[in-house]
Design a protein around this ligand. Structure first.
Ligand SMILES: [Zn+2]
Length: 298
């Protein structure tokens, strides 16, 4: 019996297929390897490019931060310079303000008047205002004073009233002619000698300024004499300086008779200085008084 052998073709075909597959695989692997190589080169190039970019960015950032820091320093320097200029402008502006205030402040307002130095007979305050009747002792008598000084006197009078001390204005601004007429009456009634003692020329000059008032209080029937024995006088001696008022002719002064009712506005700063030094206006040198003119209305 003959054994039938498979035809050689039956072996050949799978072999060929195997060879083909092997070839295909080898070619495929080669291609993949080739692509991988290409990719790897691309990655290397990219990595290198990225590194260059990073380096460049870092350099730029460092430069930029250096420039910013420099700019900050410049801004700081400019700010300092501006500060210096502002200070200089401030100083100049203060000086200008001081000069403006001085040019507007009448030097007569802080002048000492004596038996040989009077105000000009034509002198009148810049602005006068009427003192409200609530603060006048006599309702019928119209009283006026310097308009810029009245608010200071009003504060004084209303603060005294809050302390149950009633102070009234008996006399305020008096023109040259009014004073002349008043002195004429006194001279007729009391004789020239006595009239000169309590109504002489210093006092009249101060009333002509519009900054000076004669004050009275309850219990005196509107009179001035006896005022030194009142609570009102004690209160004024302790507090008037806070409102800028001083007693022109205190007890035992070498210029004039004692006038406890006669109060003159000299500005809060000067009045406070005099109070603290226990000094009187007429004891002070005129040149030193004039230094307070710039603060007169404050
Ligand atoms: Zn007076």
């Amino acid at each position: 019996m003959s054994i039938k052998r498979p035809h050689v073709l039956w072996y050949g075909i799978p072999l060929l297929v195997l060879i083909a597959v092997a070839c295909y695989s080898i070619i495929g692997i080669h291609l993949v390897q080739s692509r991988l190589t290409t990719l790897s080169r691309t990655v290397e190039v990219l990595a290198s490019t990225t590194s260059v970019l990073q380096q460049s960015m870092i350099t730029n950032l460092v430069n930029l931060s250096g420039e910013i820091s420099q700019e900050r320093q410049n801004v700081g320097t400019i700010k300092q310079q501006l500060g210096t200029y502002q200070e200089q402008v401030g100083t100049v502006s203060n000086t200008v303000q001081t000069l403006q205030k001085l040019s507007k402040t009448d030097p007569q307002l802080l002048q000492k008047y004596s038996k040989v130095f009077f105000l000009n007979e034509h002198y009148a305050p810049a602005r006068l205002t009427e003192i409200p009747s609530a603060y006048r002792y006599s309702d019928s008598k119209v009283l006026k004073m310097h308009a810029d000084i009245w608010p200071h006197l009003e504060s004084l009078l209303s603060d005294a009233a809050k302390n149950s001390i009633r102070i009234y204005v008996e006399s305020a601004y008096r023109s040259f002619n009014e004073q002349q007429a008043l002195k004429g009456v006194y001279t007729t009634v009391y004789g020239a000698g006595s009239a000169n003692q309590f109504s002489a020329d210093q006092g009249y000059s101060e009333h002509q300024l519009g900054t000076t008032v004669d004050l009275t209080t309850t219990g005196l029937s509107g009179r001035l004499d006896g005022f030194d024995g009142t609570l009102a006088y004690s209160w004024l001696k302790a507090n008037a300086y806070k409102y800028g008022f001083v007693l022109s002719y205190p007890e035992n002064n070498s210029f004039y008779v004692f006038e406890p009712w006669h109060w003159r506005y000299v500005g809060v700063k000067l009045a406070t200085y005099l109070f603290n030094q226990n000094m009187h206006f007429y004891d002070m040198d005129q040149r030193r008084i004039d230094e307070y003119l710039v603060n007169f209305f404050e």
